[in-house]
Ligand binder design. Structure first.
Ligand code: C2O
Ligand code: CU
Ligand code: CU
Length: 461
């Protein structure tokens, strides 16, 4: 796999997110992919987990220390693994020198546990949160959400995964050996300065900060060593702004088994799959069927090498991808509900708005009754430059996509979602219900757009 060189002249472009001109360097595959640890429950009575946001130094490049942020460690965070039915208590502690919050992206939690911008902890402060896990098996994540500072804190390393398991997910027979054939993959692009530091203010772009260097689970130039078996990859686009279209370099197909919030009804066979920021997907690749004599890797749409695979001759576990995995459905009633909320996404750079307004923590934009399904219509209004994709996310719930421009959503979006890509001039209808009460954010998940005010609030009562 050859090395492509980044074009430095293309680095600074005011409107780069409109045509994403910074390309990613190929992974040389010199480092084995890091697998985040699974967070242990606290010992003794009382609080079950402790999650601290902290500063640290990380040897991303051999021999140099990069200043980073992390949860319970120097960089990124552990996986919080819950079972459906658990009552979870988490002691969240801010050990940073600045305010932060702890947001559980995709978790159906009461508003007071959601960690939106109202829930800011000052340096040294802590907060105990509690919630019951009622939703199905899925791959979710957590990250900070302080007003105007989310992008920078995520960029510096605050992000971690949440897994929910349930009896059903365990019975499916999918690959489930953590770190062996069930692999978490957090994709984030970064730019390092000449001192190999993350200097956010120097590279920040109001339309979405993209970098030339890919880190997967914080690993520079990662490769993944696997056995000849089916492997489940849990993909999170944890980037501030970059979109990825994942493919196998051999052109082989794979199956997608899960969306943001749960399993698809049936596996969907794909040759490529796109994730915009904050979206997740679980895919299964059958390495027993792919010629491992060849160079193998996960690549991006433009051909850049994201993650080379090294497949050993050893055969692994036998696992199954069952034909039927879930009973997600869209009822006639949901299809026929009138649109009760309209959301218009518009603008670029620091001029981004929702329904013509910027985020105001004092303003409630919508109200919705707990447990009642409504249809929201989200429209991405093009600008003079044509516009750009906005990944739209709503806190505290998983929703269903009813239609994209009046058409059924693609097969791999017929499952629970909490984030959706919306193309310029596209209208997406979703059926959405909140299980809990509270004030929840909805926003563009290009983190700079969110920080620049492309966010609103829905009060559920
Ligand atoms: Cu990933 Cu406001 O969320
Ligand atoms: Cu969220
Ligand atoms: Cu946006």
């Amino acid at each position: 796999m050859g090395n492509k060189h980044m074009n430095h002249d293309k680095m600074r472009n005011e409107h780069m997110s409109h045509d994403e001109v910074i390309s990613l360097n190929d992974s040389t595959g010199e480092n084995e992919l890091k697998i985040p640890p699974i967070l242990e429950r606290d010992k003794g009575e009382g609080v079950e987990y402790t999650v601290r946001a902290q500063k640290g130094k990380t040897e991303i490049f051999d021999g140099t220390e990069t200043n980073t942020y992390g949860y319970n460690g120097a960089f990124l965070g552990p996986v919080l693994r819950f079972s459906k039915g658990d009552t979870v208590k988490i002691r969240t502690i801010n050990e940073l020198d600045e305010e932060t919050t702890f947001h559980w992206h995709g978790l159906e939690v009461p508003g007071d546990a959601d960690g939106g911008p109202h829930d800011s902890l000052k340096p040294g402060e802590e907060k105990l949160i509690e919630f019951k896990v009622k939703q199905e098996a899925s791959t979710l994540w957590f990250h900070p959400h302080p007003k105007g500072k989310t992008a920078e804190q995520v960029y510096n390393g605050l992000a971690g995964l949440i897994y929910i398991d349930d009896d059903h997910s365990k019975s499916l027979g999918l690959p489930n050996e953590y770190g062996k054939n069930d692999i978490p993959l957090i994709f984030q692009d970064r730019t390092f300065d000449e001192k190999r530091q993350l200097n956010y203010s120097a590279v920040k772009n109001d339309d979405g900060t993209v970098g030339d260097t890919l880190l997967i689970n914080g690993t520079l130039n990662p490769k993944l060593t696997l056995k000849k078996e089916k492997v489940r990859l849990r993909l999170l686009n944890g980037s501030n702004a970059r979109n990825y279209t994942f493919k196998l370099n051999t052109g082989d197909s794979f199956v997608q088994v899960a969306t943001d919030g749960g399993f698809l009804n049936e596996p969907v066979t794909l040759k490529e799959m796109t994730l915009t920021p904050s979206e997740r997907a679980e895919i299964v690749v059958d390495f027993s069927k792919i010629d491992s004599e060849k160079d193998l890797g996960l690549i991006n749409e433009d051909g850049s090498i994201l993650l080379p695979f090294e497949v050993s001759d050893q055969s692994g576990e036998s696992s199954e991808v069952p034909g039927k995995m879930n009973d997600f459905s869209m009822t006639e009633e949901e299809r026929n509900l009138p649109v009760t909320k309209e959301v218009e996404l518009f603008g670029m750079m620091d001029q981004v708005t929702i329904n013509g307004k910027k985020f105001d923590p004092e303003r409630i934009d919508f109200t919705q009754e707990q447990g009642v399904t409504e249809v929201w219509e989200i429209y991405n209004k093009p600008d003079m430059m044509g516009g750009m994709i906005h990944p739209f996310h709503i806190h505290g719930t998983q929703f269903k996509i009813l239609s994209r421009n009046g058409e059924e959503p693609p097969e791999n979006e017929r499952g629970w979602k909490d984030s959706i890509s919306i193309q310029p001039d596209e209208t997406v209808k979703i059926a959405i219900q909140f299980k809990n009460k509270g004030v929840y954010m909805f926003h563009c998940h290009i983190l700079e757009h969110e920080d620049n005010g492309m966010m609103g609030q829905v009060k559920v009562e």
